[in-house]
Design a protein around this ligand. Structure first.
Ligand code: IYR
Length: 223
């Protein structure tokens, strides 16, 4: 039977001195606090190798039954980006004009977003993240996936952290619905669009909404 439990020693864990743990925890938080969602990018190219390492980091995420139920499609081709922008803006026009509730538009107002998505053709990379609602086995049979959405969310969080750590800016963009991504990128029906990450360098004049993060006391309790 494939996948029988066959443990190997935990060779990768490194126990650190406490002082170093404190310093690394502090520094990692400081690094992530500097991350902002960016909506204005330059067209400056980003080396593919950097994107590849960030995707390897994302692929290290834990997943249900270790199925790694994700697929990342990294797009730098100008024509594909143009078609993705066309698909996204067409959905977004529907969203802002009809689909969004008044309540949703009110929640979005502080972000200043609208249906125009020029960054989809300006930024050097778009990373379309898909989760596998089901996988397809060697004989074409459907293979059930466990927690695919949750697992892909974890991997995407790690990808965003890796991109930021590498010195890149990104935007988690979620045009809805995103089925156009399957068609444009030629992905099978079992793969469902999860998020579209826009990746590159911020435009020199990029601005961000003046929003704040909840303090620890509002997001965590110790008992
Ligand atoms: N997908 C739309 C609307 C939007 C929705 C949420 I939730 C956001 O946090 C931001 C935007 C858009 O990208 O404009």
């Amino acid at each position: 039977m494939a996948g029988t439990h066959r443990p190997v020693p935990l060779a990768t864990y490194e126990r650190l001195p406490e002082a170093q743990m404190r310093e690394r925890a502090r520094a990692f938080n400081a690094l992530l606090q500097r991350r902002r969602s960016v909506r204005a990018f330059t067209d400056e190219p980003v080396p593919r190798e950097i994107i590849e390492d960030c995707l390897r980091a994302a692929g290290s995420a834990p997943s249900g039954a270790n199925q790694q139920p994700w697929q990342f499609v990294a797009v730098s081709d100008a024509e594909l980006k143009r078609r993705i922008r066309e698909g996204a803006e067409s959905e977004e026009r529907e969203f802002y004009a009809h689909r969004a509730t008044r309540e949703w538009l009110t929640a979005l107002a502080p972000l200043g977003t609208d249906a125009e998505k020029p960054f989809l053709t300006t930024a050097p990379w778009l990373i379309a993240v898909f989760y596998k609602a089901y996988d397809v086995g060697a004989d074409g049979e459907r293979v059930k996936q466990y927690y695919p959405v949750d697992s892909t969310g974890i991997a995407t969080g790690m990808l965003i952290a890796a991109l930021h750590h590498a010195g890149l800016a990104c935007l988690t963009h979620t045009p809805s619905p995103m089925a156009f991504l399957n068609e444009i990128l030629g992905r099978p029906a079992g793969e469902r669009p999860f998020v579209l990450l826009v990746v590159g360098y911020p435009a020199p004049d990029a601005t961000v909404p003046d929003i704040v993060r909840k303090p620890l006391s509002a997001i965590a309790t110790f008992r």
